[in-house]
Design a protein around this ligand. Structure first.
Ligand SMILES: [Zn+2]
Length: 258
């Protein structure tokens, strides 16, 4: 299984900036998990192949690239872009984004070939198939309804927390899963910003350490994502000071393979 965290911004020389403002993971160049930078940073191959997008929650940094992605492909789609998300997420997308005021209601539009957008409701705790993947959404603890995901391709399994504060069911499921190659966990703010982290339902390095104490397996690599760019250096320094084995910061733009 290949996974790439798409860049959010680019340097003057065209290389990806290390900071992560937006969240969009593309698996095997064909399935997107969140769509923060999907329109802006996907490769030509990904633009051609990604027709399934799994959305964890509706915060802007996770959906900003979604309307633009469909817009860019509007004339050339030969099948709809399929959005897989919980009912609450779909409701907010339709009410607050695809509402004709912020952007067109693509779910009502077709090109000469097909509708351009279709919704597929997912239910936390029930796995579903998307392209060649099996995905189990698990409710996590964020300011709005939000899911983490266990993603399996039949050979390899990985887990994504999505945006979350302290949570339980996700870790129980990760611990019970047979094989686990990698766990991606968020850590947004440095410890000094604990108050904001609590208010916004995110983790600090201290919270990250507590969460990882619930991970009772040593076979998987741990990657930290969603570090707020404004506090990136300090947050990474505090994460490094924890001295957690097999833990690293997921590099923006790099293709990981497990
Ligand atoms: Zn969020």
């Amino acid at each position: 299984m290949k996974l790439q965290l798409l860049p959010s911004t680019f340097n003057g020389d065209g290389t990806a900036s290390p900071g992560q403002h937006l969240t969009c993971f593309v698996v095997d160049d064909s399935v997107a998990f969140d769509a923060g930078s999907l329109a802006m940073a996907s490769s030509p191959l990904q633009k051609k192949q990604v027709r399934d997008i799994v959305i964890s929650h509706t915060h802007l940094d996770h959906v900003a690239g979604l309307p633009l992605f469909i817009d860019d492909l509007f004339a050339t789609l030969t099948e709809p872009v399929r959005i897989h998300a919980a009912a609450e997420v779909i409701e907010v997308l339709e009410r607050d984004i695809f509402n004709w005021s912020v952007y067109p209601r693509f779910s009502e539009l077709s090109n000469q070939n097909s509708p351009v957008l279709e919704y597929y409701k997912v239910v936390t705790g029930s796995s579903f198939d998307v392209a060649h993947l099996s995905v189990l959404p698990i409710g996590v603890n964020h300011k709005v309804p939000s899911s983490g995901f266990i993603v399996a391709d039949g050979t390899t399994t990985i887990a994504l927390t999505g945006d979350t504060a302290a949570t339980c069911e996700f870790w129980t499921t990760v611990n019970e899963t047979k094989d686990m190659s990698a766990v991606l966990i968020e850590c947004a703010f440095p410890n000094e910003m604990d108050e904001l982290a609590v208010l916004s339902h995110h983790l600090t390095p201290a919270g990250l350490e507590k969460e990882l104490s619930k991970l009772h397996r040593s076979d998987c690599d741990i990657y930290v994502v969603n570090v707020k760019p404004a506090y990136r250096d300090e947050t990474i320094r505090q994460i490094a000071a924890l001295g957690i084995q097999k833990l690293s910061i997921l590099e923006v733009g790099r293709v990981y393979e497990w």
